[in-house]
Design a protein around this ligand. Structure first.
Ligand code: ADP
Length: 485
């Protein structure tokens, strides 16, 4: 038997007393290593020894508690922190024990003990015990519990990945959303494994048919973490996902369910579409009878009442045309290769309108049109926008005033229409671009013209501005990105 013992436990060569001293020292060392304080009681469970370290931990001098009981130092507790009675005569391990620390803080220990019996008669003579300070561990546990409680209480889907892109934690909502791939929604599983599993189970409808490309894009976005985006999930669900990079290289993923918002958006778009179609139908149906009315009025001569009727029918025709134009603009997309020359747009429209303008007492001049000014654009739509601006310039200024169409070249190409009319009060300059908004309700018009202009300009990535003409009147300027940009 003895030959199997480690040779150094204790030294066989030494004499009896030396071996006892050596064994005792060794026992003390080991005890110190595995515990924070050591205690012993007599047969009446009164403390006979408490190691000095208890002073550092609890501010108690051993002499203060010798002769007392363990319960004078602290109490055994259950997992809820409630006091429990323990028969310390029976051996036990890792029993939670709580005491008050030096600075009044609660300290947590795990206590172990064994009963001791007299060697000769075998009677119970006391208890030997140790206690390990687990306060820091406990606090870390509480902090981590607090974090997971907070994460669970979120109404969003939440997942946290570490610097190596492995899951640290997620909430129940996130797990439920991904229950079809629950094996990949566990701490330690890389984000890529989760995404691949979700795609292969068909949880990402946007990936269907282009799985590998979609996965690459999703991973690139995830690695770049710093943005928000919408993502479709199976069963027509939509999420608004925000990914944020943490200072330690980890990533937080927060997903908000926007299915209801998406549904409302779709039905709104559908209803807008229906309205547009209805308006287009009505406008279309009105065109023919209006044209017939116009023709009939032409035959009736130039009596005062007829002239007035003709003007009203003219206004109505314009409104109907604008309504039709407006309903068509929603689908306006300017191709990347489309190029328009602002000079020819300006001269063409001016030539078309000039006879009507002159009849209304407004000469039109085009300036700044020496060389072509090219922009990415659709000439027909740009002409439509410019026509609306010139018609307004005529409509909102008195007879015998000049309308100037100015083409601007350079880095910020554009066209301005300058009139000498009634002007537009500063506080109405934003509102006039809204549909059916008119600064002066008495003048005949639909309130659609500037809405059309704005839509066309925006479709060209341009801007429209209104300012005062220093000579009196208004300047409308459409500006477009330069073709070289
Ligand atoms: P409409 O002219 O058919 O009423 P618009 O959308 O073209 O509709 O114009 C909206 C409003 O902006 C007009 O009702 C008018 O009050 C104002 N407005 C537009 N152009 C001018 C202008 N050149 N001078 C003064 N007011 C203008």
């Amino acid at each position: 038997m003895d030959s199997r013992k480690p040779r150094s436990w204790p030294s066989f060569g030494a004499d009896q007393s030396h071996r006892v001293i050596e064994a005792t020292r060794r026992l003390e060392d080991v005890t110190r290593l595995i515990s924070d304080w050591v205690w012993e009681t007599d047969r009446d469970l009164r403390l006979t020894f408490v190691s000095e370290r208890i002073f550092e931990l609890l501010g108690i001098l051993p002499a203060q508690v010798i002769g007392g009981r363990l319960s004078d130092i602290g109490k055994f507790v259950n997992s809820l922190g409630e006091n429990v009675d323990i028969d310390i005569r029976r051996p036990f391990r890792d029993r939670p024990f709580q005491a008050i620390g030096r600075t009044g803080e609660a300290r947590s220990f795990l206590v172990a003990a064994v009963p001791c019996f007299a060697e000769d008669r075998g009677e119970f003579i006391g208890v030997h015990g140790i206690a390990r300070d687990v306060t820091d561990l406990k606090e870390a546990e509480v902090r981590s519990q607090r974090l997971s409680d907070a994460v669970e209480s979120l109404s969003e889907h939440f997942a946290l990945y570490d610097g190596e892109d492995r899951m640290v934690l997620c909430n129940e909502r996130f797990r439920r959303l991904n229950r079809a791939v629950i094996d990949t929604v566990r701490p330690g599983v890389p984000f890529e494994d989760f995404i691949r599993a979700a795609v292969s189970r068909g949880l990402m409808p946007q990936a269907i048919g282009r799985e590998e490309a979609w996965i690459e894009e999703r991973l690139a976005r995830h690695r770049g973490a710093g943005g928000s985006f919408e993502m479709e999930r199976s069963e027509n669900r939509w999420l608004f996902i925000t990914e944020k990079r943490l200072p330690d290289g980890g990533t937080v993923i927060i997903g908000m369910d926007i299915t209801d918002i998406k549904k409302a958006e779709t039905s709104l778009r559908r209803s807008e579409q229906l309205h547009r179609e209805f308006a287009a139908d009505v406008a279309h149906e009105l065109r023919t009878p209006l044209a017939a009315l116009h023709a009939n009025l032409d035959i009736l001569g130039d009596e005062k009442a007829v002239v007035s009727l003709r003007r009203d029918v003219g206004d109505m025709t314009r409104i109907v045309e604008q309504l039709l134009a407006f309903t068509r603009l929603d689908v306006l997309v300017i191709g990347d290769d489309a190029v328009a020359d602002l000079v020819s747009v300006a001269t063409h429209v001016a030539q078309q309108i000039a006879p009507i303008a002159l009849r209304a007492g407004h000469p039109i001049e085009v300036i700044g049109a020496e060389v072509p000014v090219l922009v990415r654009g659709d000439a027909a739509f740009l002409e439509q926008a410019l026509r609306n601006l010139i018609e307004n310039a005529i409509k909102y200024s008195s007879r015998d005033t000049l309308v100037t169409v100015q083409v601007r070249a350079g880095d910020n190409p554009g066209i301005s229409v300058i009139d000498r009319g009634i002007g537009i009060p500063e506080d109405q300059r934003e509102a006039i671009f809204e549909r059916f908004r008119r600064a002066d309700r008495r003048a005949g018009g639909s309130g659609l013209g500037l809405g059309i202009v704005k839509r066309i300009v925006i479709a060209h990535d341009g801007e429209i501005n209104v300012s005062d003409n220093p000579e009196g009147g208004t300047v409308f300027t459409m500006a477009f990105p330069s073709l070289s940009n």
